[in-house]
Ligand binder design. Structure first.
Ligand code: ZN
Length: 397
């Protein structure tokens, strides 16, 4: 099946994951979609493909090679706008001008200046009312296109192919039930990025902090030297933190401490922070900064109770690749052989690949040609999706 035809078939299914669900996968539609992928893998000739008890779909094509490369894509779409787009707009050989999606929505070059770099490429856009779902069904379609080619050209390749489609990536649960043994690969790639000339093997180190302050609440009329207002203590606490190390003032490799939740009253306040830095030592410094600020407030207001809890979330996979660069070297070679420039960008967030890397399967992230993810202006460059299939062919040589 043609890659565009297959992509359109898959984005027609709405597989939005659900943050508030208590099941795994979080949405029944992901299980149903996984069954379709299993059936489609059988149809193209991946006879061993199966959906496991958690809804992950695995498949494998061997050609007698010693080593195996894994390709991973996620089946769910972001819980932002409803997916299931059937009314897509195909833009053949894009002219570099504004794209009218519907009466209500126009994608303007003024808002998205990178559009002018895509002149001449074939694009697929939404109708402005849906999420396209190219994140990550572009990855799914790319893997299928490569698998179909692999099956009829087995002797061209020096690696076996292992495939895995995961649920719930968008709600941070993608690798929760990923099984390195079932995958049985030497290296792997999540096919889940943006433009195909970028790849990632660095992400944030991450921790979360919860601060609780108990104050002393009494009648404001007779509060002198007695009342301790927890809200004011919380404000004072936050003012002790570096004021420029926040998301709205940082980029690239700059870390931040982000106050993402603040609630409470005179008696009790709760603050939720996330701590992020590419450098593990700097993340430790952030933790110390918070601890010092908590101690300062506690000492200054002895009748209050200040309780700070910090827990680690995920790690930068870069540390792993400092010891073993194989997955990066194989990728570099593929890009050189397909005459495509490649730039590595640090991810200012987490990635399933980082968790999978620390499970023992090194797993950088590669592009799909998807842009403006998670919103109504999402679109894919079909030209780039096709080019990515060619790059992956080089990857397996
Ligand atoms: Zn994604």
């Amino acid at each position: 099946m043609d890659i565009l035809e297959r992509f359109k078939k898959y984005i027609a299914f709405d597989t939005m994951s659900d943050e508030n669900s208590s099941t795994y996968p979080s949405a029944a539609s992901e299980l149903e979609f996984g069954k379709i992928l299993e059936k489609d893998l059988h149809e193209i000739g991946v006879d061993n493909a199966y959906q496991d008890e958690w809804g992950l779909v695995y498949g494998r094509i061997e050609n007698g090679s010693e080593k195996t490369i894994g390709l991973i894509a996620h089946m769910d779409t972001a819980p932002t706008i409803q997916g299931g787009c059937t009314n897509t707009k195909f833009v053949e050989s894009y002219d570099g001008k504004d794209i009218v999606l519907s009466e209500k929505y126009t994608m303007k070059v003024a808002d998205f200046p990178f559009l002018s770099d895509l002149k001449g490429e074939d694009l697929l856009c939404t109708d402005g009312e849906h999420l396209l779902g190219g994140d990550d069904k572009a990855g799914v379609a790319i893997i299928f296109a490569f698998a179909e080619y692999y099956l009829s050209h087995k002797d061209e390749f020096n690696y076996n192919l292992a495939i895995c489609f995961t649920p719930d990536e968008e709600i941070g649960m993608g690798p929760a039930h990923f099984d390195v043994k079932k995958m049985n690969a030497n290296i792997a790639y999540t096919v889940d990025g943006g433009p195909i000339d970028r790849a990632n093997f660095e992400n944030f180190n991450a921790a979360a902090a919860k601060l609780e302050i108990d104050g002393v609440g009494v009648h404001p009329g007779s509060a002198k030297n007695i009342m301790v207002n927890a809200v004011l203590l919380a404000i004072e606490f936050n003012n002790l933190l570096p004021q420029n190390a926040i998301p709205s003032k940082t980029e690239n490799y700059e870390g931040f401490i982000h106050l993402e939740h603040f609630s409470g009253d005179v008696e009790h306040v709760e603050l939720g922070y996330i701590l992020r830095d590419h450098d593990a030592a700097l993340l430790e410094n952030q933790k110390k900064t918070l601890q010092k600020a908590a101690e300062f407030i506690q000492n200054k207001y002895p009748t209050s109770t200040v309780n700070l809890k910090i827990r680690d979330q995920y790690r930068n996979m870069h540390e792993y690749f400092l010891k073993d660069m194989t997955a990066i070297e194989v990728l570099n070679k593929a890009y050189i052989n397909s005459h495509t420039p490649l730039q590595y960008e640090p991810i200012r967030g987490g990635t399933d690949g980082a968790t999978i890397t620390y499970m023992g399967l090194p797993c950088p992230n590669i592009g799909t040609g998807d842009y403006n993810m998670h919103g109504r202006y999402e679109f894919v460059s079909v030209t780039q999706m096709k080019k990515m299939v060619e790059i992956i062919k080089e990857l397996f040589k």
